[in-house]
Each structure stands twice: as structure tokens, then as C-alpha cells.
Design a protein around this ligand. Structure first.
Ligand code: NAP
Length: 475
């Protein structure tokens, strides 16, 4: 049992002022694996006071000291590799191979990238008759979702620490244990007391208290649009800066020079990775009309090569949804797809055969989809994909852009001019051509209703800085 009923405030593990706890459930077994405290407004206030008290000295540390701190964190994180893999696999249901290769690694890479970038980051600049100085923003409130338990918080923590800001953070209450480990890593790495404070609990209580706390200068949030809107309203009360990393409905545009098998494998692997619970994954595939039927046949033939099942099994590609609620939401969308008249290529409602226990969905693809229907327009956050055909590249681009989201996009094919044209025309924050690897030094974030602001690398650090202009600064 992972029982972590203390918050980390001012460098110490302290009891919550509340007495309630929240169960942590393994979605593959539906069993309780631990519990955390359901924190209170008072806990948040204590944490904010600690972060505020730590700010004057931490914000004045040298760049070299903070580079060293980020390197220490990366080293300590690596020492806990087995623990991270075990915990993320258990609390999220993320398959162990994916947990190791993606979940664990992404969480680590943000600290490494921030250390590397910080080394050459310029906090001051002279321009005409100005001296520009970038100051740490102050106390930041960080709120994160459950789909990448270390990645989402690591990118925020790495940028905050690089900037010299202090933080109060609240991870998702479905996957909080990885954040407890990460806080232990911070402690071991020598993060000064009060600089990083963890308050566990419900979004409606702890999250709400963070976004409305008058002594928090900046809230960096990753999660759903619905909560993002509420948080912005709270933050508006005292003109608090917000950065929002929200949902997506990303397109995959397949060019006509792509092998059908490559198109089918791209589609299946994108929608089935992390059980479709990736904000930036491709969930709308655009196929040249002439390729459609062969593509459908290829998906039917290949889908079983992506096994769904026990996250502890190294060969599993897709685990369960994170929770019963999320499973029900996905089932509901599949029913809406059927009701809208779309045609099922693979998958459908219910659990895959032999997986009665655990919140498992079937990898599902619909074709002949009405582009205005809910399954075509709304984020499902499960392994459900919609397939569309196109006749010209311009038509594909127009359809790809015809959603309220703009987080990411994918282009698959060979012709360099067409690849570049599609990549440049999709209105989204990150476009991946073929199977290019992520770049932790490049910005990540959304256009349109996918968010405000950027994370990762120097763009992420800039979010935690306030530029100040001094006119007439003596040389
Ligand atoms: P969510 O329901 O919005 O929750 C996100 C976080 O906000 C959780 O910690 C949650 O706490 C907290 N929260 C809930 N209500 C709150 C409130 N009233 N005030 C302040 N905080 C509150 O999202 P989710 O279901 O965890 O995550 C899925 C969503 O995240 C999807 O839409 C996905 O696309 C998006 N996402 C975006 C990115 C990106 O980088 N753009 C990355 C990953 C995920 P509880 O856990 O206690 O509810």
C-alpha cells in the first residue's frame, strides 16, 4: 500500500489540516493501492506562505547554482527509476514498456533540457537605451492531470526552478503517488526549503484554492478546457497570469505517396498509445480517397498486433483507461458514434474479450464520419479514431484545421514539398513529420482552445519570468 497522507510544506512532510483521504485505485485491477490526504484551503495557504518566504533568496540564486540544482534533480530522479516505473504502471495502468520508454524518460528529460538551456540563458539584455532584466515571476501554482504523472509536472517544475520562482503544486488526485516520489527526489537533490511545496487533494478544493489565492502570482495549469475556463475566471479576480495546456483533437494527414501499412500502423499506434489518453495524439486521420478501402483493410489486419491487457506484461501496448469514469466517457462517445451513423472499422463498445476486470476499452475506429458530429469534433481521450477522406491537399488542410483545438498535428508521407506545406499550414503548436522524435528544447503548447502559453525549454522558462525595462541604467 502506498499511503502518503502528508503534504510537503516548507521542506517538511506535514499532516494535513483536513481529516479526509482519497483512495488511489489501480485501474487494471480496480483495487485500492494507496491513499493521500484530501488537502484544504488552509494547507494551500500554509504552502503559499512557505513559497513566498523562500522566494527572496531563491530568486537571487545564481544561474550556476540553479543549473547544479536541476542536474542534481535529474541524478536523483534516475536513482528512483524502478520506483517511478512501478508506481506509474500501478496508478495509471500505463503498460510497463511504455512507462519506462516514455513516461519515465519524458519526466527526466525536462530537467536535463532545462539545465542545458539555463547554462546559456540570458537574463539581461541591452537594447538602444534600455537595460532589460528578466525577474522570476514569484510564487507559481502548478496543477496537473493524470495522463503523464511525471512528465506534466516535471516540465513545470524544471522551468520554475530554472527561473528562480518558488512553487505550490497539486497533481491529479487519480495519480498522485508519482508526485510524492518526485517531491522526495527534490528533497534529496537539495531543493531549499519552501521552494517546492506539494499539497495533495481534490481539484475542486486544493486546485480552486490555488487558482484563487491572492498571493500566487502565476498559475500554470494542464488539464481540460472546462477546468481551464473556471481557473481563468478565478485568476481574473486579482489579474493573476495563467498558462493553460488544454485538450486536443489532432489530425494525421496521410499523403498519397505513403504505404498503406505505414498509414494503418501510424493510426493504430497513435490512438492506442497510453490508451488514447494523450492530449497531443492524432485522433482524426485524413486519407486520400483512393487509399481509403485499402487503409481500412490494413487496420483490420494489423490491429491485433497492438495487444490490450495487463500493464505489467512487457508485450502489452494498451492498458486500461485511468478510471471507471473515463471508461464510461469513452463508451458513451463510441455509442454516440454509432448513433450518428458512422461506420465501425474495428472495436466498438464493451471490454475486449477476456478482460472483464479493469477499465479496458477496445481500440476503435470509425469511418464515414460526419465531420460535424461529436466524435469528429470533441476530445474523447480514449482509443477512438475517426477516418476522413480527401481529394486535394488543400481540402485535407481545411478539414484538419476545422476544429476548436490546435495542440498538435502529424503528416505522413514522402514528398518533401507536400510534407512541408501541410506541416506549415496546420494551425497547431506542434507538428510531427513522419516518426520524428520529440525535442525537449522546443516549445510545446496549443493554438486556439488548446491553450495559452508554452512549456518545454527556453519558452517554458520565459513563462515564469517578468521582463523589466530600465531606462538610463549606468554601464
Ligand atoms: P481535469 O479534470 O481538468 O484536471 C486537471 C487538474 O485540475 C487535476 O489536478 C484536477 O484535480 C484539477 N482540477 C479539477 N477541478 C479543478 C478546479 N475547479 N480548480 C482547479 N483545479 C481543478 O483534466 P484531467 O481529466 O485530469 O486530464 C485530461 C485533460 O488534460 C484532457 O483534456 C487533456 O487533453 C488535457 N491535457 C492537456 C495537455 C497539454 O499539454 N495540452 C497534457 C495532458 C493532458 P483532480 O485530479 O482532483 O480532479
Amino acid at each position: 500500500m502506498y499511503n502518503y497522507t502528508k503534504h510537503f510544506i516548507n521542506g517538511e512532510w506535514v499532516e494535513s489540516t483536513g481529516s479526509e483521504t482519497i483512495d488511489v485505485i489501480n485501474p487494471a485491477t480496480e483495487e485500492k493501492i494507496g491513499e493521500i490526504s484530501s488537502g484544504t484551503e488552509e494547507d494551500v495557504d500554509r504552502a503559499v506562505k512557505a513559497a513566498r518566504a523562500a522566494f527572496p533568496s531563491f530568486s537571487q540564486t545564481s544561474k550556476e547554482e540553479r543549473v547544479q540544482l536541476l542536474e542534481n534533480i535529474a541524478n536523483e530522479y534516475e536513482k528512483r527509476k524502478d520506483d517511478f516505473i512501478k508506481i506509474i504502471t500501478a496508478e495509471l495502468g500505463s503498460p510497463v514498456t511504455f512507462t519506462e520508454e516514455v513516461q519515465y524518460t519524458m519526466g527526466l528529460n525536462h530537467f536535463k533540457a532545462a539545465a542545458k538551456i539555463l547554462r546559456d540563458f540570458e537574463f539581461t539584455e541591452r537594447r538602444e537605451n534600455s537595460y532589460i532584466q528578466k525577474d522570476a515571476i514569484g510564487v507559481a501554482g502548478l496543477i496537473t492531470p493524470w495522463n503523464f504523472p511525471t512528465n506534466q509536472i516535471s516540465t513545470k517544475l524544471a522551468s520554475a526552478l530554472a527561473s528562480g520562482s518558488t512553487v505550490v503544486f497539486k497533481p491529479a488526485s487519480k495519480t498522485p503517488i508519482a508526485s510524492v516520489l518526485l517531491t522526495e527526489v527534490m528533497e534529496k537533490a537539495g531543493v531549499p526549503k519552501g521552494v517546492v511545496n506539494l499539497v495533495n487533494g481534490k481539484g475542486s478544493e486544493v486546485g480552486d484554492a490555488i487558482s484563487s489565492h491572492p498571493d500566487i502570482d502565476f498559475v500554470s495549469f494542464t488539464g481540460s478546457g472546462a477546468v481551464g475556463k473556471k481557473l481563468m475566471q478565478n485568476a481574473a479576480e486579482d489579474i493573476k497570469k495563467v498558462a493553460l495546456e488544454l485538450g486536443g483533437k489532432s489530425p494525421i494527414v496521410v499523403l498519397d505517396d505513403t504505404e498503406v501499412e505505414t498509414a494503418a500502423r501510424t493510426a493504430i499506434s497513435k490512438v492506442a498509445s497510453n490508451t488514447g489518453q494523450i492530449c497531443s495524439t492524432g485522433t482524426r486521420i485524413f486519407i486520400p480517397k483512393a487509399m481509403h478501402d485499402d487503409f481500412v483493410e490494413a487496420v483490420k489486419k494489423l490491429v491485433d498486433e497492438y495487444p490490450i491487457g495487463d500493464p505489467q506484461d512487457k508485450n502489452t501496448f494498451t492498458g486500461p483507461q485511468v478510471s471507471k469514469d473515463q471508461w464510461e466517457k469513452v463508451q458513451d462517445y463510441i455509442q454516440q458514434g454509432i448513433d450518428s451513423g458512422a461506420e465501425l472499422i474495428v472495436g466498438g463498445k464493451g471490454k475486449p474479450e477476456g478482460l472483464d476486470k479493469g477499465y479496458y476499452s477496445r481500440i476503435t475506429m470509425f469511418t464515414n464520419v460526419d465531420h460535424n458530429s461529436k466524435i469528429a469534433q470533441e476530445e474523447i481521450f480514449g482509443p477512438v479514431m475517426t477516418v476522413f477522406t480527401y481529394e486535394t491537399i488543400d481540402e485535407a488542410i481545411e478539414l484538419a484545421n476545422d476544429v476548436i483545438y490546435g495542440l498538435a498535428g502529424f503528416v505522413v508521407g514522402k514528398d518533401p514539398d507536400k510534407l512541408a506545406k501541410v506541416a506549415k499550414s496546420i494551425r497547431a503548436g506542434r507538428i510531427t513529420i513522419n516518426d520524428s522524435a520529440p525535442d525537449f528544447t522546443a516549445p510545446f503548447g496549443g493554438f486556439k482552445q488548446s491553450g495559452i502559453g508554452r512549456e518545454w525549454g527556453d519558452y517554458g522558462i520565459e513563462e515564469f519570468l517578468e521582463p523589466k525595462t530600465i531606462l538610463g541604467m549606468p554601464k
